[in-house]
Design a protein around this ligand. Structure first.
Ligand code: PLP
Length: 373
């Protein structure tokens, strides 16, 4: 028998404004390649401090096109993080690139710059860095490594809309990147994403690639390169515009919910709360990921929560140990010990802007009980 969900893992925060703007688009008859997309791009650019933005069908699509534009080819090595979602590596594997996983910093769970530098070989072409769980990575150090070795760098900022590094938003620092707008993200369009770049030429190429290589001047059926259908619709862009209008409030609500969890968990033994911000790193709260102490059976804890209708997620499994990675490349345990340890002990608690304080208490009580069992 299926347990009834009492506290879901994630929920989008939507109101009448999304309905109003979607209805406007429906009534306008411009469902794709229309003005809502351009408006959404402009507004995102302003929000994250990126001069050029192209809206696309997903964060993965954005990352894939950025890798495609860098000419990743068979045998090219690309260094990335094992603590991420598979899309980060897939975006260059799809181009023939070979994933090289560098280990992470145990505090931030983002790429450890020293490990990245140690992983560089003659065949390395680029680095895809990740701002995992909305916590900014060591962008300046990683960028300096890339520059020193003549490598390109892409920022997978899919989880980090609203995060700040050294006082400026992720997206404003220079390296191109992608944000993702799946339903659990800080801002959602259902599915969707944007590429942010500081190069006008790059934005043009993304616009061409997302629309089957159609020329930037958009002459009807005039195709200048091989492309993809990675278009977003105006209906999605309309949802995105409504979400952007209340983004600050939603981020504030997420932040307040995170602070409540941290407070409630202060006297719970056997579990570590997420890393706090410092002067250089301001997290945008995407998920609330806790880590159980060594020796605690994390899976049993998650199972015990789920038996009580509390949705907790095994978030995230190490990418290099996914079945297809083991099969294709022979990757095995021991390659990235810090990441493997973290991924075997972390999980996500229910988390979304309008999560109620009473539900958080329920979650923490259940967690305390599971940990003491
Ligand atoms: C770190 C990371 N990279 C890439 C993606 C891919 O984004 P999308 O699901 O929009 O394709 C996600 C989304 O879940 C993500 O969390």
């Amino acid at each position: 028998m299926r347990t009834e969900t009492r506290v879901p893992l994630s929920r989008p925060y939507l109101d009448e404004r999304e309905e109003e703007l979607v209805l406007e688009v429906l009534r306008s008859g411009r469902l794709s390649l229309g003005p809502a997309i351009e408006r959404f791009e402009e507004l995102i650019g302003e929000r994250v401090g990126a001069p050029y933005v192209a809206a696309v069908s997903s964060g993965t699509a954005g990352l894939h096109m950025l890798c495609h534009l860098r000419g990743v080819g068979p045998g090219d090595e690309v260094i990335t993080s094992p603590v991420s979602f598979v899309a980060t590596a897939n975006c260059f594997i799809l181009e023939g690139g070979v994933p090289v996983f560098a280990d992470v910093d145990p505090r931030t769970l983002n790429l450890d710059p020293d490990a990245v530098e140690a992983a560089i070989t003659q065949r390395t072409k680029g680095i895809v860095v990740v701002d995992m769980f909305g916590y900014p990575c060591e962008l300046d150090e990683l960028r300096a490594i890339a520059e020193r070795h003549g490598l390109w760098l892409i920022d997978d900022s899919c989880e980090a809309l609203g995060a700040e590094y050294k006082g400026a938003p992720i997206g404003s620092h220079g390296p191109p990147g992608a944000f993702g707008f799946y339903a659990n993200k800080q801002l959602t369009t259902g599915e969707g994403g944007v590429v942010t770049t500081h190069s006008e030429e790059e934005r043009e190429q993304i616009v061409i690639l997302r629309n089957q290589g159609r020329s930037y001047a958009a002459r009807w059926f005039h195709h200048v390169r091989v492309g993809f259908n990675y278009r977003i619709t105006d209906l999605q862009a309309a949802i995105g515009i409504a979400q952007l209008e209340k983004l600050d409030r939603m981020l504030q609500m997420r932040s307040a919910a995170a602070a409540r969890y941290t407070e409630l968990l202060a006297d719970v033994d056997g579990v570590e709360v997420p890393l706090a911000d410092d002067a250089d790193h301001k997290r945008s709260w995407f998920v609330y990921v806790v880590k159980v102490a060594e020796g605690v059976d994390r899976d049993a804890v998650v199972q015990s929560l789920s038996a009580q209708g509390i949705e907790a997620g095994l978030y995230v499994p190490a990418v290099h140990l996914q079945p297809y990675m083991r099969d294709r490349y022979g990757f095995a345990k021991g390659m990235c010990p810090v990441a493997e340890d973290a991924c075997s002990r972390t999980f996500a608690l229910p988390f979304f802007p309008h999560l109620q304080a009473a539900d958080q208490e329920l979650v923490v009580d259940a967690l305390r009980e599971a940990l003491s069992a």
